[in-house]
Design a protein around this ligand. Structure first.
Ligand SMILES: [Zn+2]
Length: 152
């Protein structure tokens, strides 16, 4: 992994350890969250909406295949809101593709830790890592999990 990416990976992981967050905490912090792999999306949406109602926060949630995405509802124009959700969906699709690549090398990737335009993940069976950064239409994708076979 490139040294800059390694540094970012470490920072994001440390931030997370300092402030372990649920998906709801991530939604509050980042303005968006997506349902983790293996979680029933409708249950996840219901849980997020219930917490938001309790906090009197407006959220919108959408279902996309076997995932769901939630975003804080802010006073932005409708078309802009849709554009933001579209970007969130596209990014979640890209991350899925990255996980699939790692799986083909035998890795089992846990959940993503997201930080603004960046995301990190690790293999649950070996120390292989993944670092992703989105730059508008392009992106950086780096990590051992994408070019080395799982050591387990
Ligand atoms: Zn592995």
């Amino acid at each position: 992994m490139n040294a800059d990416h390694e540094e970012r990976f470490r920072r994001i992981a440390e931030d997370y350890l300092d402030r372990p967050g649920s998906d709801y905490a991530e939604l509050l912090q980042r303005g968006q969250a997506s349902s983790p792999e293996g979680v029933e999306p409708e249950e996840w949406r219901a849980e997020i909406r219930a917490k938001a109602r309790a906090d009197k926060i407006r959220v919108i949630t959408i279902r996309h295949g076997d995932r769901a995405i939630a975003a804080r509802h802010r006073s932005v124009p409708k078309d802009q809101e849709l554009a933001e959700l579209t970007v969130a969906l596209e990014r979640s699709e890209i991350l899925r593709g990255v996980v699939e690549r790692a799986r083909q090398l035998g890795h089992e990737i846990g959940r993503w830790l997201r930080h603004d335009d960046e995301g990190i993940a690790i293999c649950t069976r070996c120390p292989a890592r993944i670092y992703v950064r989105f730059h508008g239409e392009s992106r950086i994708v780096d990590g051992e999990a994408l070019d080395e076979s799982c050591a387990s």
